[in-house]
Ligand binder design. Structure first.
Ligand SMILES: Nc1ncnc2c1ncn2[C@@H]1O[C@H](COP(=O)(O)OP(=O)(O)OP(=O)(O)O)[C@@H](O)[C@H]1O
Ligand SMILES: [Mg+2]
Length: 140
């Protein structure tokens, strides 16, 4: 049913819970692949060099840590787990990967690292739910 699962993570507790659920689901449905992705905001070009390169290296370093923790949380699953770092607007990048990799399920948290108290659904989740080409599992 769900062969290619896209798990999107941002380093938040919610995203880790999403990783746990994605793994449970992958084991249950015998998924064929899990893609774990983290997106960092575009680095403004006006920073110039070498600042731009320093900013990119720092963002990629943080993204690698986030991915490492998420992949650990996924743990043992009966399929390959691929991870990827993307630059851009998170929701747009997640939807693009879901399209190009032909994912049949997106798993993500209801909230992320945003500070707005009381928000039930973050803006990334809202946009993905609205525009995704496949079912979306929102984990609370
Ligand atoms: N940069 C990102 N890269 C990958 N996944 C992300 C990213 N940001 C958010 N997500 C996914 O979306 C889920 C919900 O996060 P979202 O950004 O919608 O909420 P928020 O941070 O609480 O609110 P907001 O960003 O609107 O202030 C996260 O748990 C994660 O699964
Ligand atoms: Mg957010």
């Amino acid at each position: 049913m769900f062969e290619k699962i896209l798990l999107s993570v941002d380093g938040s507790e919610h995203a880790l819970r999403a990783a746990h659920k994605a793994a449970e689901l992958a084991r249950t449905v015998n998924a064929k692949e899990i893609h774990v992705v983290v997106v960092y905001d575009p680095i403004p070009i006006y920073l110039g060099e070498p600042n731009m390169q320093i900013a990119i290296t720092s963002r990629r370093g943080e993204a690698e840590e986030i991915l490492k923790t998420a992949v650990q949380e996924v743990g043992d699953v009966p399929c390959p787990v691929h991870s990827g770092i993307l630059e851009g607007s998170p929701a747009e990048a997640i939807i693009e990967v879901a399209n190009t990799s032909k994912c049949d399920l997106i798993v993500m948290g209801s909230r992320g690292l945003g500070q707005l108290a009381g928000l039930l659904l973050g803006s990334t989740s809202q946009k993905v739910v609205a525009h995704a080409p496949c079912p979306v599992l929102i984990v609370r």
